[in-house]
Design a protein around this ligand. Structure first.
Ligand code: SAH
Ligand code: SF4
Length: 389
């Protein structure tokens, strides 16, 4: 028997224990009614069984909530009126409150959500010609203080619950009237999900995983794992688990190719340095099926944008199914960096492309409403981190 403790497993237990300290409040209203959104199928069946309902009821209710987008039991026409009334006494199908909704001149739409305890997080819908992505937040604030990121200046307040994570997507869908969920074919408008909003999804793994299993369920929202991308700053021990259990696409916020620089701009690197991060990418199960990992690289003028760094990036990803997403730095009030020049960006991109990797430059979207990558942050001022030294 192997008596050596599995260090990765120990580290995972530690991360999950830490997560528990930032748990969201229970999804129950002041009047005692329980929130059904955010329950797994099994939990939904249990909750309804406790209310005296037969097993088939869970299937019906699931269909109404996640396929039809129902927010009220009274529209559930396959359920008898007295049963609807009974369910409404005990349960609620809620949506997070969209306190502010802004639409950019480029049609990007940003939602500021206020949850039941008053905490806030932002969600961005980014339309493209024949599809669109909902960029979802996983935490209120973030524990990791990446130097170039506005969210990183806000202390972690708490994790979002599964209901709050799925709820962001559902409100976005309400806002475009895209219910019922299309069956079998991809939805036209809200076709993709990117976990690239506020927070580090792998530091809120349980809630994120539960929410993603709900949105992937084929009898409900039905978004395929191939249309979901989880972005991480590199929480190595949780990457294996996410790959095995969810199988979604992975985006890794690399941003620097040397540990000294990455230690500074993505401080999590001090814990999980580049070598370990790249090894985790090579193990990531969906990548072994030739699904590409996206490496995100924010272009910071004179910091990380030299040709030598582009060549080193190529060396790091060689042998992996990979693409590189170059993100021109999006400034925010008080940020200390400048965006690389267009010449530096295209020089960098050309080196990566010449090595055979796709290397698109991500056009900033929704800048007029501060909705572009890294600009999200809510103004809960008392939660502001002390300025970094
Ligand atoms: N916490 C996760 C996901 C959220 S951030 C992560 O870090 O991956 C989504 C992406 O936006 C990350 O690649 C992040 O590094 C990048 N980003 C953060 N601030 C930015 C800024 N000001 N300009 C451009 N990209 C930024
Ligand atoms: Fe957190 Fe991601 Fe911003 Fe870093 S880039 S502070 S991990 S949200």
């Amino acid at each position: 028997m192997n008596m050596v403790p599995d260090l990765t497993e120990l580290e995972r237990v530690r991360i999950l224990a830490k997560t528990a300290r930032f748990a969201p409040p229970p999804a129950v209203l002041a009047d005692g009614r329980r929130e059904l959104v955010g329950l797994s199928r099994e939990e939904l069946a249990e909750a309804l069984a406790e209310a005296g309902e037969a097993a088939f009821r869970a299937k019906q209710v699931w269909h109404w909530i996640y396929h039809q987008g129902a927010t009220d039991f009274s529209v559930m026409s396959t359920i008898a009126k007295p049963t609807q009334a009974k369910l409404a006494e005990r349960f609620v199908i809620g949506r997070p409150e969209a306190a502010v909704v802004q639409t950019s001149t480029d049609k990007t739409r940003k939602f500021l959500f206020r949850f039941r305890d008053g905490q806030e997080a932002e969600t961005v819908y980014i339309p493209e010609e024949d599809r669109g992505a909902v960029c979802i937040s996983s935490q209120v604030g973030c524990t990791l203080s990446c130097r170039f990121c506005h969210t990183g200046t806000q202390a972690l307040v708490r994790n979002l619950g599964a209901a709050e994570i799925v709820g962001q997507f559902m409100v976005a869908r309400d806002s475009y009237g895209e219910w019922p969920s299309p069956r079998g074919e991809a939805p036209r408008l809200l076709s993709n999900i990117v976990l690239m909003g506020m927070g580090e999804p792998l530091y809120n793994y349980e809630n994120v995983a539960k929410a993603m299993k709900i949105v992937m369920d084929g009898e409900g929202i039905g978004i395929s794992r191939r249309r979901i991308t989880l972005s991480t700053s590199g929480v190595v021990p949780m990457m294996d688990r996410a790959g095995a259990e969810l199988g979604v696409n992975l985006a890794v916020s690399l941003h620097a190719v040397r540990d000294d620089l990455r230690d500074e701009i993505v401080p999590l690197n001090r814990k999980y340095p580049i070598k370990e991060l790249m090894a985790a990418c090579r193990r990531y199960p969906p990548a072994s099926n030739a699904r590409r990992i996206t490496f995100e690289y924010v272009m910071l003028k004179d910091i990380n944008d030299s040709p030598a760094e582009a060549r080193e990036l190529v060396r790091l990803i060689t042998g992996l199914p990979a693409k590189v997403n170059l993100i021109p730095f999006n400034p925010w009030p008080g940020s200390r960096y400048e965006t690389s020049t267009p010449a530096a960006i295209s020089r960098f991109s050309n080196i990566v492309m010449d090595a055979g990797f796709s290397s698109p430059v991500r056009a900033p979207r929704g800048q007029d409403i501060l909705a572009a990558c890294g600009q999200l942050r809510t103004e809960t001022r008392r939660e502001r981190k002390a300025p970094a030294g």
